[in-house]
Design a protein around this ligand. Structure first.
Ligand SMILES: Cc1cc2nc3c(=O)[nH]c(=O)nc-3n(C[C@H](O)[C@H](O)[C@H](O)COP(=O)(O)OP(=O)(O)OC[C@H]3O[C@@H](n4cnc5c(N)ncnc54)[C@H](O)[C@@H]3O)c2cc1C
Length: 609
C-alpha cells in the first residue's frame, strides 16, 4: 500500500523536496485532505507544484479539488451511491433498485438535469439477441483484433453475451420504444442469426423512437420519480461527487463518497457501494493530455460535464493511475459554431473544402481518406488532418460559397448528422451572419488581408490559393491530385478563413474494471465497494470513433455493476429473470410490424403497460 504524505510529513520534507516530488508526479505526493492540500500548496511556491495538488498522478489543474476530502457539513447513510446520472448511472440505479428493493440508493448528478452526454446520443445499438458464451468470445476476439488499442475481450464478450437481456430490459420491460425501421433491422438480424449466419458487428443496429437518448433518459428517470417500485431511489441533481472516502488509509476499501451540494457544502455519504458513472474527460483537455499521446491543442469536445472526476477519484484508491485514454475524434469543426451547423459541416467536412496550414500552404488532399483502419469513416480523417498540423484554416471565397449553396455538402459520406439536422434550414448566408464575430472566423477583402488576419505568411498563402484556383479551372490538382470532382475554385472576395479544430465526441477508456465492473488494482484485485460504468471504464477502447458503441457499453456496464454490487455488497441475490419476462435473450419473439399503424399501436400499448 502506498503512503500518503500527511501535513506533518510535508512539513518534514520541506518546500523544495515537495516541489520536486510534485513535479515528478510521484504517487505519494497526493494530499488526501484539504488541510494537506493547503499545507502542500503553502509550502510549494512553484506553479508546477501547485498545479499537482489533488491530482495524484498528473500535473493538470485541479482547482475543483476532486479527490481531496474536505471537512463535511453533514453526514448521511445510503446502501448504494451512483455518481453521475447519464445512461450508465440511470440504468445502474434502476437495476439495483429492482434487485434490492430494500436498499437505499442515491443517484447523484452534478448538473441540473439528468442525462449528460446521453441526451445527445442517437443510437443505443443493441441487437435484441443474446448469444451463447462461445460465440460471444469469438466475436470479442474478432473485434479486439481490429484495434490498435488494447481491448479487454472478456468485457466485450460479456457485453455481447448480455446484449439480448439488456435489450429486453430496456425495450420491453421499460418499453423504451425503438423506431419501426430499427425494429425491422433487429428482426433481420435475428433472422440471420437463426439461419446460422455470423453477426459480425454489434453496433449500428438500433435507434430510439424520437431520435436520441434524452427521451430515453426522461422516460427512465420519470419511472424513478413516479413508480413506487423505485421509491428506494433518490435522484439528487446539482450535486457533484468529489472524493471517495476510504477505510482509513486502506486504499483497497471504499466506504463512502463525499458530495458537494449547490449550496457549497460537502456531505459525507457512508455507503456499501459507490459506482463511478461520471462519463469521460473530454471537457478537461488539460487533464486528458496527461493520458493521451495525442496533440490536443486543436481539439474540443461536445460532451457534457466530462471533467474526468471519476478517473481522479479512482486514482485515490489502489487502482492507481489510469492508463491510455482514446479520443473519439469525429470531424473537422469550427470551435464556437454549432457542430451541426451546415456551414460548419461544409468548411470542416466536405472534400471540396480547401485547407491551408500555419505556413499558408495546402498540406494534403482534402478528400484524403483511408488513413485509418475504418475506411468508411472518412469524416474522422479530417479530424486527424487537423490534429496533425500547427493550425488548419478552411478557405472560402465567392465561387466555393456559391457552389455549396447549389450543392448541399457534396461528397460528405458521413458526418455528425445528428437529431434535427434535416430540420435545420440550409441557409449558409444566415450561418455566416451568425458566426462572423467568432475569433475562429476571419473575413477579408483580399487574400493578403486574410493571410494577415489568420497569421499565416501572405506570399505562400496567395500563391497556394491562386494555384488552387488555376488547377480547378484546368481540372487537375497539381499538388495532391485531388479528385477533379471535388476541385472547386475558391473564387473572389469576400474571403473567409475558418480555423478548424478536431471535434471529439467523447473519450473512451480510463478506469480498469473486471467483468463484474468492479474497479481493480494494478494486479486485477477488486477495490472493495467500488464499481465503475459507462464511458468512465476502459476495455472497449479503440483508436478511432466506433459508431455508437458507447451507449451499448453504458447500458451493459451500468446494469452489470448493479447486479454485481447487489450480490457482492448488499448480500442479495439477482433474479434469473432480472431483465423481465421476455425471451429476447434466446428466442426470436421480436414483434414484426407490417405498417406504421401496427407499430404505433404496439408503442402505445407498451407505454401504457
Ligand atoms: C453529441 C453526442 C452524440 C453522441 N451520439 C452517440 C450515439 O449515437 N451512440 C452512442 O452510443 N453514443 C453516442 N454518444 C456518446 C454517449 O455520450 C455515450 O454513448 C453514453 O450515452 C455515455 O453514457 P455515460 O452514462 O457514460 O455518460 P453521460 O451520459 O455523459 O453521463 C455522465 C453523467 O455524469 C455526470 N457527472 C460527471 N461528473 C460528475 C460528478 N463528479 N458527480 C456527479 N455527476 C457527475 C455528468 O454531468 C453526466 O450527466 C454521443 C455523445 C455526444 C456528446
Amino acid at each position: 500500500m502506498k503512503e500518503n504524505i500527511s501535513r506533518r510529513n510535508a512539513l518534514k520534507l520541506g518546500a523544495s523536496a515537495m516541489a520536486a516530488a510534485a513535479v515528478a508526479g510521484l504517487a505519494g505526493c497526493a494530499p488526501k485532505t484539504a488541510e494537506d492540500a493547503a499545507s502542500a500548496s503553502e509550502l510549494s511556491n512553484t506553479a508546477a507544484a501547485n498545479s499537482t495538488v489533488g491530482t495524484r498522478y498528473t500535473k493538470a489543474d485541479n482547482s475543483d479539488e476532486i479527490g481531496i476530502v474536505h471537512e463535511a457539513a453533514s453526514e448521511e447513510d445510503f446502501d448504494v451511491v451512483v455518481v453521475g446520472a447519464g445512461m450508465a448511472g440511470v440504468v445502474c440505479a434502476m437495476v439495483a433498485a429492482e434487485q434490492a428493493p430494500d436498499a437505499k440508493i442515491l443517484l447523484t448528478e452534478a448538473q441540473a438535469i439528468c442525462g449528460g452526454g446521453t441526451n445527445y446520443a442517437e443510437q443505443p445499438d443493441m441487437p435484441a439477441q443474446g448469444v451463447d458464451w462461445v460465440t460471444a468470445m469469438q466475436e470479442a476476439d474478432a473485434e479486439g483484433a481490429t484495434s490498435h488499442f488494447v481491448k479487454d475481450t472478456r468485457l466485450i464478450a460479456e457485453r455481447a453475451y448480455d446484449i439480448g437481456r439488456n435489450s429486453a430490459w430496456m425495450f420491453k420491460k421499460h418499453a423504451v420504444p425503438l423506431t419501426i425501421k430499427n425494429m425491422q433491422r433487429l428482426q433481420k438480424t435475428l433472422t440471420s442469426f437463426e439461419a446460422g449466419e455470423p453477426i459480425t458487428r454489434w453496433n449500428g443496429i438500433a435507434g430510439y423512437e424520437g431520435g436520441n437518448g434524452s427521451l430515453t433518459i426522461q422516460r427512465l428517470t420519470g419511472e424513478i420519480d413516479t413508480d413506487p417500485a423505485y421509491a428506494n431511489v433518490e435522484i439528487r441533481v446539482n450535486t457533484r461527487g468529489t472524493a471517495l472516502l476510504l477505510d482509513g488509509d486502506d486504499e483497497t476499501k471504499v466506504v463512502g463518497v463525499q458530495l458537494l451540494d449547490d449550496g457549497g457544502d460537502y456531505i459525507n455519504i457512508n455507503t456499501k457501494a459507490v459506482v463511478l458513472a461520471c462519463g469521460g474527460m473530454s471537457n478537461n483537455l488539460e487533464l486528458l493530455q496527461n493520458y493521451s499521446n495525442q496533440e490536443l491543442t486543436h481539439c474540443y469536445s461536445v460532451e457534457q460535464n466530462h471533467f474526468g472526476d471519476g478517473f481522479i477519484m479512482a486514482e485515490q484508491t489502489a487502482h492507481g493511475r489510469c492508463k491510455t485514454i482514446a479520443l473519439s475524434s469525429m470531424q473537422g469543426s469550427v470551435n464556437g459554431m454549432h457542430y451541426q451547423a451546415w456551414l460548419n459541416l461544409a468548411v470542416g467536412q466536405t472534400p471540396t473544402a480547401v485547407f491551408v496550414n500555419q505556413d499558408g500552404i495546402r498540406f494534403a488532399d482534402e478528400n484524403l481518406y483511408r488513413i485509418t483502419d475504418a475506411p468508411d469513416l472518412d469524416n474522422i480523417n479530417r479530424s486527424k488532418l487537423v490534429e496533425g498540423q500547427g493550425a488548419v484554416y478552411s478557405i472560402l471565397g465567392s465561387n466555393l460559397l456559391d457552389y455549396y449553396k447549389e450543392n448541399k455538402l457534396p461528397g460528405m459520406t458521413m458526418s455528425f448528422y445528428g437529431d434535427g439536422q434535416d430540420e435545420r434550414p440550409y441557409d449558409l448566408d444566415a450561418d455566416l451572419e451568425e458566426y462572423e464575430g467568432l475569433d475562429t472566423v476571419f473575413k477579408a477583402d483580399t487574400l493578403e488581408e486574410l493571410a494577415e488576419a489568420m497569421g499565416v505568411p501572405a506570399d505562400a498563402f496567395v500563391e497556394t490559393i491562386t494555384t488552387y484556383d488555376t488547377d480547378a479551372s484546368n481540372g487537375e490538382d497539381s499538388a495532391f491530385l485531388k479528385d477533379p470532382e471535388y476541385l472547386v475554385a475558391v473564387g473572389d472576395a469576400p474571403y473567409y478563413g475558418f480555423k478548424l479544430s478536431s471535434l471529439i465526441v467523447n473519450t473512451n477508456g480510463g478506469v480498469r474494471v473486471d467483468h463484474d465492473c468492479r474497479v481493480v488494482d494494478q494486479d486485477y484485485n477488486p477495490v472493495e465497494g467500488l464499481y465503475a460504468a459507462g464511458l468512465t471504464i476502459s476495455g472497449f477502447v479503440s483508436d478511432v470513433y466506433e459508431t455508437g458503441n458507447c451507449q451499448c457499453v453504458s447500458i451493459w456496464s451500468g446494469s452489470k455493476a448493479a447486479r454485481s454490487l447487489v450480490e457482492q455488497c448488499l448480500g442479495g441475490t439477482v433474479a434469473d429473470d432480472w431483465y423481465g419476462d421476455s425471451e429476447w435473450d434466446n428466442a426470436t419473439d421480436l414483434p414484426v410490424f407490417a405498417n406504421q399503424d401496427e407499430y404505433d399501436a404496439f408503442v402505445a400499448e407498451s407505454a401504457s403497460a
